[in-house]
Design a protein around this ligand. Structure first.
Ligand code: UGA
Length: 350
């Protein structure tokens, strides 16, 4: 693989930390990483080809411009992606996810740098298609009063801006759309206040702490969950960009074989807790309660009843396919939280 210098913004996040770890172990690429903290990347810090800087996207603008000018590829992963906050604090989402990130897009265009940008499965909104296709599926959002859609709308706008820069100004880009990535470092399981994290972390937190699991509107809505390691393999292929195959393209990164309802997720999680001797009581005592979305998230919430990716483009163009089933993904996540076992470290230990 050719030597590359990658600037990862938000390197201490869920995707950033796993991506950095895999790049460092599998390639000879250099990484410059920035974030507000470094608690998820202690092992990356040991690599000479990894440089970490504690910086803030909102204030360290000159420094960021210098890094963009000096690198080959920019991966801007800084954004808030928690549904409760879309409803509670939509302006914060706008300022960080849109305003701060559109500046990065412009700088990539100014310095002629490749940008690999995280779009989201959320852009499809309430799309009625059986499988969401990157190039043909309509993007369907609710009314303005349903503030949940601000994140989706912002990400869609960024997709469109990047696409237009590509078409009219020659910006080299790839857009990727993660579909409900799950894994050990998603959200903080200990600090998961009700509604402050994604569904898996929230449920695990509630089981451990003897609080009942809340099934929003009955939990019949479905998601296609993707294990982080599968997602990162796909991202690596995008970054590798063999013969420019990912240039100017959009890729769903999801697992169509892992579609489950939220209720099924809750049931499987409780069952798996029962396999850890120290947590058998948590599993036995776990309670499940149905709550309305209005009570749980507020008036501004509207849900997605089904979210199923087509991964034809990732398969055909990148030769990628996810391989991890839900049970394995949940086990590896629980091993990390309940036993302190980190599959990422074990993967490259030999
Ligand atoms: C997520 C977030 O918007 C982003 O993290 C991301 O861009 C995207 O989807 C993705 O990962 O692909 P969503 O899937 O709705 O959105 O996020 P969760 O908070 O994980 O909720 C999933 C489902 O579980 C929703 O239907 C929600 O109502 C339900 N839920 C959540 C519960 O039933 N109980 C809870 O305690 C929490």
């Amino acid at each position: 693989m050719s030597a590359k210098k990658i600037f990862i913004m938000g390197v201490n996040g869920f995707i950033g930390s796993s991506l950095a770890w895999k790049i460092l172990n599998k390639t000879d690429w250099e990484i410059v990483g920035m974030d507000l903290s470094d608690n998820k990347i202690p092992n990356c810090l040991k690599f000479e080809k990894f440089k970490f800087y504690q910086k803030n996207i909102l204030t360290d603008k000159e420094w960021i411009e210098e890094q963009i000018a000096q690198c080959d590829v920019v991966v801007p992963l800084i954004a808030i992606a928690t549904p409760r906050l879309y409803v509670q604090d939509p302006l914060r989402i706008y300022e960080l996810d849109y305003e701060a990130n559109v500046e990065i897009v412009k700088l990539c265009a100014k310095y002629d740098k490749r940008i690999v940008f995280p779009s989201t499965s959320e852009v499809y909104g309430m799309c009625p298609d059986e499988n969401f296709d990157e190039y043909t599926s309509p993007l369907v959002l609710g009314s303005i009063g349903k503030e949940r859609w601000i994140y989706s709308c912002i990400k869609q706008m960024l997709d469109r801006v990047i696409w237009a820069y590509g078409k009219h100004k020659g910006l080299k880009f790839t857009l990727f759309r993660p579909f409900n990535f799950i894994g050990p470092k998603l959200d903080d399981i200990k600090a998961s206040k009700e509604g402050s994290s994604r569904v898996l972390t929230q449920f695990a937190h509630n089981i451990i702490n003897g609080k009942s699991i809340k099934l929003v509107d009955g939990g019949l809505q479905k998601r296609s969950f993707t294990f982080i390691d599968d997602g990162i393999e796909c991202l690596l292929k995008i970054l590798e960009n063999k013969n420019g195959c990912a240039d100017g393209k959009i890729f769903n990164i999801g697992n169509p074989y892992m579609e489950f309802s939220i209720k099924e997720l809750a049931d499987m999680l409780i069952e798996l807790f029962g396999e850890y001797p120290e947590y058998i009581d948590c599993a036995k005592n776990a309670k499940v309660e149905v709550v309305s979305s209005k009570d749980y998230y507020g008036e501004g919430y509207q849900d997605v009843s089904r979210r199923m990716p087509s991964i034809k483009h990732a398969e055909d163009v990148l030769g990628w396919k996810p391989t991890t089933d839900l049970r394995t993904a949940l086990k590896l996540t629980l091993d990390y939280h309940l036993l302190g076992k980190d599959y990422e470290l074990e993967q490259f230990a030999k």
